[in-house]
Design a protein around this ligand. Structure first.
Ligand code: AMP
Ligand code: GLY
Length: 426
């Protein structure tokens, strides 16, 4: 089979390396890929958001199967365009992907089907006064969310009325998130432990992957700005089998059934961002794709061949496949360019102490913002590498991941040194 894989981050690199050995695959094109892709795929210089050019490329090159990994092309309907050309896809169509691309749609779906989520109201451009009087009466903190995709920045947690007012005016009047923030959700703040659960679904059945814990803030001790994610451990230490059971019955199955009932069958990876509150698990957000960097921590624990699962999802035969995980622990540390998620410099040479790295068991290094040029590897983005270690216990996974980090070098390298310690430290 000839495959296209869309995207250029660490998530796409772990997907690429997980499917590369499947014997059914004769050729993989990655669109556009990064400095880690070259040994596994041919890179195609088309932007992941140029959905018409991707469709044309797929048709011209007799592509059999597409893996659409990032949110933007899913929201732009790439899967609809490819399926219209009889190309099978792993990833939801535009209508199903709205569960991520419209927070208002996701909240309304949860309300209609009784799926636990924070109480909320929605407001649009014409109702700035309504939004302001709502936040004037709210308990604090209160959470203000842009309806549409905002590169992970569309959530503002306001500690007081002044901040809430700034967020409301910023979105609805000053268009700080462009069209994505022309409508907003204002919702109650939830407290508890956050858990990510990603699940395979073909629109009928759903099979969760191992749970994980993302670390979203830029600095140690959960300080600094929100980022795309600075590190992950898996499984999540707070996610017990009892909670998993409750989530399956109250959240996972009801969500898949709700989407099906609305005529928006979801085929791909459905991501549940959960808060374990004292009233049980609540949904904070849905994503219509694998998380990044959650994928880099969780997919290395998968024993079953990822591409076999993806084919079963596309063919709506997920119930015919058994998915198995290693009974192990994973720790993933992101190496970023200093300054990320704000301004940062790129173009620094990356060096690996391969002699030492080879001695550390269970380590895999996934590329995100890297570029290969003239025989050297350079930084080319905010998140540069995802360094993952799998081990029999969480302490060893953590120690091995950081040992690997110490054998990688580039100027202005930044990383958190406390990935996987929050639940241990008191
Ligand atoms: P999102 O962009 O939806 O992933 O939200 C970013 C982060 O904001 C989440 O990971 C949570 O830490 C936080 N967050 C979002 N909604 C809420 C909420 N209702 N209560 C508390 N924290 C929230
Ligand atoms: N790491 C969170 C996300 O992928 O949205």
């Amino acid at each position: 089979m000839k495959i296209i894989l869309i995207g250029s981050g660490g998530r796409e690199d772990v997907i690429l390396k997980s499917i590369a050995k499947n014997p059914d695959i004769e050729k993989i094109y990655i669109i556009p890929g990064n400095g880690g892709s070259l040994d596994y795929a041919e890179r195609v210089n088309i932007s992941a958001e140029d959905v018409d050019a991707i469709k044309d490329f797929a048709v011209k090159n007799d592509i059999d199967f597409a893996i659409v990994a990032p949110d933007d092309p899913l929201a732009l309907g790439l899967v609809d365009k490819l399926e219209a050309e009889n190309i099978k896809c792993f990833g939801p169509n535009k209508a199903a992907a709205e569960i991520e691309s419209s927070k208002i749609f996701a909240k309304a779906l949860m309300k209609k089907y009784g799926i636990p989520t924070a109480d909320y109201e929605t407001f649009n451009l014409d109702d700035i006064d309504g939004a302001l009087s709502y936040v004037a009466k709210s308990d604090y903190p209160v959470v203000i969310k842009a309806d549409g995709l905002a590169k992970g920045k569309g959530v503002i947690i306001a500690e007081n009325f002044k901040q809430a007012r700034e967020a409301v005016i910023g979105c609805l009047k000053n268009k700080m998130f462009g069209r994505s923030g022309e409508k907003i959700v204002i919702e109650k703040f939830l407290s508890g432990h956050e858990v990510t659960v990603m699940a395979f679904t073909d629109g009928e059945s759903i099979i969760p992957l191992m749970s994980s814990m993302d670390h979203k803030r830029a600095k140690d001790g959960n300080k600094g700005l929100n980022t795309g994610g600075m590190g992950v451990i898996a499984p999540n230490p707070f996610y017990t089998p009892e909670i998993a059971n409750e989530c399956m019955n109250k959240i996972f199955l009801p969500t898949v059934n709700a989407l099906k009932n609305e005529g928006r069958k979801f085929k791909g990876c459905l991501y549940f961002g959960l808060m374990l509150t004292n009233k049980g698990p609540y949904v904070i957000e849905y994503n219509s794709r694998f998380g990044d960097p959650e994928a880099e921590a969780v997919l290395p624990l998968l024993k079953t061949d990822l591409f076999e699962i993806m084919k079963a999802v596309a063919d709506e035969k997920l119930n015919q496949i058994k998915i198995e995980f290693e009974n192990k622990f994973s720790c993933c540390v992101i190496l970023a360019s200093g300054g990320y998620p704000e301004k940062y410099i790129t173009g620094n040479v990356i060096t690996f102490n391969n002699k030492e790295l080879k001695k550390i068991p269970g380590v895999k290094i996934f590329h995100a913002g890297t570029k290969f040029q003239d025989g050297k590897l350079y930084t080319s983005g905010g998140r540069v590498l995802a360094v993952n270690a799998v081990a029999d216990d969480p302490e060893t996974a953590r120690a091995n991941a950081y040992n690997a980090v110490n054998n990688i070098q580039f100027d202005n390298m930044a990383f958190r040194s406390d990935i996987g310690t929050a639940h241990i430290k008191k």
